[in-house]
Design a protein around this ligand. Sequence first.
Ligand code: AMP
Length: 200
Amino acid sequence: MLNLVVFGPPGCGKGTQSSRIAENFGLVHLSTGEILRHEIRKATVLGRKVEIFIQKGLLVPDMLILRKFYQIALRHIHSRGLVFDGFPRTVHQAKILDKMLAKKGMPITLVIAMVVDAEELFRRLKGRAEDSGRCDDNEEVFHERMKVFDRQTKPLYDYYNKQNKIVYINGMRPVNVVFNEIARTIESFINKRENAPRQV
Ligand code: AMP
């Protein structure tokens, strides 16, 4: 099983790259942002509760998001692997994910950290704001999401560095170039894993 986490600041391209990775390697793309937006569109109880947090650019509290996340992740536990896009977003969530996967004996394989500078993120947001239809794609909320990323998500670099699982990908280049590098990185990881001497 191949379990990947793709993470980075808002607008780094993690959604686009995650869906291409999933398609290319036959994995399930699990985007928590998409799951929540779907709930909002369907005006479910959960959707109504999370909408206000998303509109403000804040993280949805764990007590609202975790049950849904488990439900969907566990549904795909027998697939070839999962691409986690937007989860974890805090060290607490990362620990929960590690525990959940450890129980199933299939830990996170690789963490792909997309690196894009603040100026470029802002430029992309402005381009995206007009046609994405997302309630959190506007300048004010973008700044809040950046702050949330700095405060709550950045500690994940350290968390996954300590586990020796993180690879940094320069996300400032065209989508195809970025994807090709990610794909090469994943393939080389798979080759190494397959050629590693088996433990007896
Ligand atoms: P994204 O599509 O990944 O940019 O996520 C959009 C919004 O959904 C975020 O700004 C949060 O409000 C919410 N969200 C997505 N994933 C999570 C998560 N793992 N924990 C809390 N909130 C989340």
